[in-house]
Design a protein around this ligand. Sequence first.
Ligand SMILES: NC(=O)c1ccc[n+]([C@@H]2O[C@H](COP(=O)([O-])OP(=O)(O)OC[C@H]3O[C@@H](n4cnc5c(N)ncnc54)[C@H](OP(=O)(O)O)[C@@H]3O)[C@@H](O)[C@H]2O)c1
Length: 258
Amino acid sequence: MSKPFAIVTGASSGIGLELATICAREGFDLLVAADRSDIQSAADRFRDLGAAVTVVEADLAATENVDRLWAAAAGRPVDALLANAGHGLGRAFLDQDFADVRHVIDTNVTGTVYLVQLAGRAMRSRGKGRILLTGSIAGFMPGTYQAVYNGTKAFVDSFSFALRAELKDTGVTVTCLMPGATETDFFETANMLDTKVGASKKQAPEEVAKIGFEAMLRGDGDVVAGWGNKLRQAIANITPSAMLASQHAELAKPGSAA
Ligand SMILES: NC(=O)c1ccc[n+]([C@@H]2O[C@H](COP(=O)([O-])OP(=O)(O)OC[C@H]3O[C@@H](n4cnc5c(N)ncnc54)[C@H](OP(=O)(O)O)[C@@H]3O)[C@@H](O)[C@H]2O)c1
């Protein structure tokens, strides 16, 4: 029990798999979660790196499953929460199923903030802890053909800064990792492989995770992964929203990959 302990959600693939891998390499024991059984083989990878690993296979869109995840920590003090689970949803909003829309909101927003509240309260009582939220540079731009997803990431980016300010001087830090397009299962899951952004060359998840992990350890407020994305964010900050929305359409319109 002398090793530090981290909870990593969405640890079965992409950025979360790499975040949990770094945690294991850096000597953390782990509680990891994802919805599908791929999380079991990911857990073996973390064990091979020396971590004691507890696995929860659960849909974190449902708060009762977040309760189950939190219960699996069994009262062990959490040194780091890496709230990373999330997914997108491409296509025009009016053509999406509402159940899918709701699942994006419930995963990226409801389940995430619920887990952050549970872990954050325990960290505040202990006067110590690191929280890393995976937001996105998508939170800075209206996401035409991915409207709801970008809205959820605007929420996460904003929430992260507000919580950080509330926890100032408590010993608990909150960091928002803001990746740009990253080479993961994200675009396939979101049904966006036929879009320009889906087909584009993207950043490696290993690189994005390393940037996020190091920023979390430093206790930085936010980190945009990579210089290209930093530039995109800076331009987005001074570009009218209507213009950003039409630029996003070019990137995310179904069939735009051709
Ligand atoms: N890839 C990008 O371009 C990009 C850019 C900016 C931000 N992000 C953010 O980065 C985070 C990780 O995404 P990724 O790119 O690494 O995609 P990914 O490879 O698809 O990984 C997503 C992870 O989240 C888990 N997950 C999704 N919904 C879940 C749910 N309802 N309950 C439990 N686990 C769930 C997935 O597990 P299951 O497969 O078992 O559901 C998987 O482990 C997300 O928050 C995403 O929004 C991604």
